[in-house]
Design a protein around this ligand. Structure first.
Ligand SMILES: [Mn+2]
Length: 322
C-alpha cells in the first residue's frame, strides 16, 4: 500500500526537499508546513521551498518563516516531496534536481494528477492535500502539535470553501474536529486568514458594481479592470476569490469573474453552482480546471471575448434544459 511505502521511505531517509505548485494556495502551503514540521519533530532535515516570498495572509500561518524561496546549495537532498501539484510543469522552483533522478513522492488530490512520482499518493476523494498529509503523519506515527494542527485545519477549511463545497466529507470533518481537540481555535484562524486591508473592500465595491446577469439570470459576470485596482490603491491579489460573489445569487448556474491583467489581456475565472461543467467551457478557450471551478487566460477585445464566452455558455445551459 502506497501509504505504508511512503512511511517507510520517510523513516529510512534523512533530508527532504518539499515543494508545491506555482501561485500556492492555502492547501499547498499548509500541507507543506504540516508535513515539514512533523518531520522536523523527529530530527529530519527539511527544506521547504516556494518560488516567491509568501504573501498576506499566508505569511501569518504557523511556521511560515520556515519556508525559503531559494534553495541552499549546502542542503543535501535525499528525496523530494511534491504537494498539491498535478504535474511536473506546475511545480514552482528549480527543477534540475528532479532531472537528476531524485526519488520523488507525489501527494495530491487533483483529478488531473498524472502520477509523476516514484510513489504517488493521489486520492481525488480527499477534500485537500492537507487531509492526505494528515494520513501520512498518522501512518508514520509522527506527532501533531498545535503548529501542525492549525495548518491541517486551515488546509481543509480553505479547500472546502470554509466547509461548504461538495468535496467535504465526514472524514474531513472528523479530522478538523481532531484538530480542535488538539487546541486549534477556528475564530483565531478566521481572524488571521479572512480579514484584509480596506483596499480589498473598496475594490470589491467597484467589482460588484459591474454585475451583469444573462440568460434569464443564469449567468452572472463581474469585471475587474486595472483602473479599479489603481483607484482603490489595491494590489492584484486583493481580488483573490472575488469570483465567489458571482455565484451567490439564487438562480445563477455559471459565475464569471473577468480580471484585466494588462491592456487587452484578461484572466477568466469560472464557477458552476450545479450541473454545468465549467472545465468544458474553459477548455474551449485554452484553459482547464475542475467541473465547478475552472479558468483561462486570453488576449483580445473585452466585448468580443465576452460575446464568444456567452455564446458557448448559452449552448451549455440550453443543452442542460433539453
Ligand atoms: Mn488542494
Amino acid at each position: 500500500m502506497t501509504l505504508n511505502k511512503i512511511s517507510d521511505v520517510l523513516k529510512r531517509n534523512k533530508s527532504f526537499l518539499l515543494m508545491t505548485h506555482k501561485n500556492p494556495d492555502a492547501d499547498a502551503i499548509c500541507s507543506m508546513l504540516a508535513l515539514g514540521m512533523a518531520l522536523q519533530l523527529v530530527q529530519k532535515q527539511v527544506f521547504m521551498l516556494t518560488e516567491a516570498p509568501l504573501e498576506r495572509p499566508y505569511d501569518l500561518l504557523r511556521g511560515a518563516d520556515l519556508i525559503r524561496c531559494e534553495l541552499d546549495d549546502k542542503f543535501d537532498v535525499d528525496l523530494v516531496i511534491v504537494l498539491d501539484c498535478g504535474n511536473l510543469d506546475r511545480i514552482a522552483g528549480p527543477k534540475d534536481y528532479l532531472k537528476k533522478g531524485f526519488f520523488l513522492i507525489n501527494i495530491d488530490h487533483h483529478l488531473t494528477n498524472n502520477f509523476f512520482g516514484d510513489l504517488n499518493l493521489v486520492d481525488t476523494n480527499c477534500s485537500s492535500t492537507g487531509e492526505l498529509v494528515y494520513q501520512v503523519i498518522k501512518n508514520s506515527n509522527l506527532t501533531i502539535n498545535l503548529d501542525i494542527a492549525e495548518n491541517i485545519y486551515t488546509a481543509i477549511q480553505k479547500d472546502t470553501g470554509n466547509f461548504r463545497y461538495d468535496n467535504l466529507t465526514h472524514k474531513s470533518l472528523r479530522i478538523a474536529a481532531e484538530m480542535l481537540e488538539l487546541g486549534v481555535n477556528p475564530w483565531i484562524i478566521s481572524q488571521k486568514m479572512d480579514t484584509f486591508g480596506p483596499s480589498r473592500l473598496k475594490l470589491l465595491a467597484a467589482v460588484l458594481g459591474t454585475m451583469e446577469l444573462h440568460h434569464k439570470g443564469q449567468i452572472c459576470i463581474l469585471t475587474l479592470s486595472l483602473e479599479m485596482i489603481d483607484k482603490a490603491s489595491a494590489k492584484e491579489n486583493d481580488s483573490h476569490n472575488f469570483v465567489e460573489y458571482s455565484r451567490f445569487i439564487t438562480g445563477v448556474e455559471i459565475g464569471i469573474l473577468i480580471r484585466q491583467t494588462a491592456q487587452k489581456e484578461y484572466s477568466f475565472s469560472l464557477r458552476s453552482n450545479n450541473q454545468i461543467d465549467v472545465a468544458q467551457l474553459a477548455l474551449r478557450f485554452g484553459g482547464g480546471g475542475h467541473a465547478k471551478a475552472a479558468g483561462f487566460e486570453i488576449l483580445g477585445d473585452l466585448e468580443n471575448l465576452k460575446k464568444d464566452l456567452l455564446q458557448e455558455a448559452f449552448r451549455l445551459l440550453d443543452e442542460k434544459d433539453n
